[in-house]
Design a protein. Structure first.
Length: 236
């Protein structure tokens, strides 16, 4: 069947326009807005006045693939939801999938990632022996992998003894607060605003304690402020 000249011209014009918008090179790579996509790219977009708008989804938690059906390594999405419970919560921004969980892409707003120890403090030094692994009742929840600045303080009245608090990290036990005995007589140990920097992975970290001998404090968790632990992310 012979097509009318007008219809044939319209088809040719449409095909030409489409070819200028989407070009497929002999190597198989695709260009949109360019007739010569980069040979190292499977897909190249070219525009001077437009952006790339990716899929926008509502994630539910970093450990859940939803709304996808499975964790797919390398998957990239823009999340629009603010939901979940720390440290698995998500909030708007770019996320990629590492095959087991969603990972938020880097942000420069590190100072906004500040968490405080939660729980009810129980003096961990009342037992009549030294050692480690004493429960404090406190916990810190780290929302994402990175370097964190940890600041802590606790005042104790005691005879000569060493006291410390620590968390167990993937690299081993790490002190976040420590005092050493300097005098044999009963005295106040008042180390306020002790600090250190640690690389921590996302997760929940119980704060544990240790002491060097069987001395029991005469006073524990006194002063103002009382025991505190704050954590601020400073770098990915």
């Amino acid at each position: 069947m012979k097509l009318p000249t007008k219809l044939k011209n319209e088809i040719l014009i449409t095909a030409a326009l489409f070819a200028t918008i989407i070009s497929v090179a002999q190597s198989g790579n695709v260009g949109i807005g360019t007739s010569a996509p980069n040979s190292n790219a499977a897909l190249e977009l070219a525009a001077s006045n437009k952006g790339f708008l990716p899929n926008r989804v509502s994630l539910t938690a970093t450990n859940s693939p939803l709304p996808l059906t499975a964790h797919i390594e390398g998957m990239l999405v823009y999340n629009t939801a603010t939901t979940g419970t720390s440290p698995l919560n998500v909030y708007p921004g770019w996320y990629y999938n590492d095959g087991t969980k969603w990972v938020r892409l880097a942000s420069n707003n590190f100072g906004n990632t500040k968490v405080f120890a939660t729980g009810t403090f129980t003096c961990p030094y009342n037992g009549g022996s030294g050692g480690t692994g004493f429960a404090t009742g406190l916990n810190i929840a780290i929302p994402s992998d990175g370097w964190y600045y940890i600041e802590s303080g606790l005042t104790i009245g005691s005879d000569c003894n060493d006291y410390w608090m620590y968390i167990n990290t993937p690299a081993g036990a790490a002190d976040i607060w420590r005092v050493y005995c300097s005098v044999a007589a009963n005295s106040l140990y008042v180390p306020r605003e002790q600090s250190r920097m640690l690389f921590l992975t996302a997760g929940s970290y119980p704060i544990l304690a240790g002491k060097s001998n069987l001395v029991v404090p005469t006073q524990c968790n006194i002063g103002n402020p009382v025991v505190y632990v704050s954590v601020v992310k400073i770098q990915n």
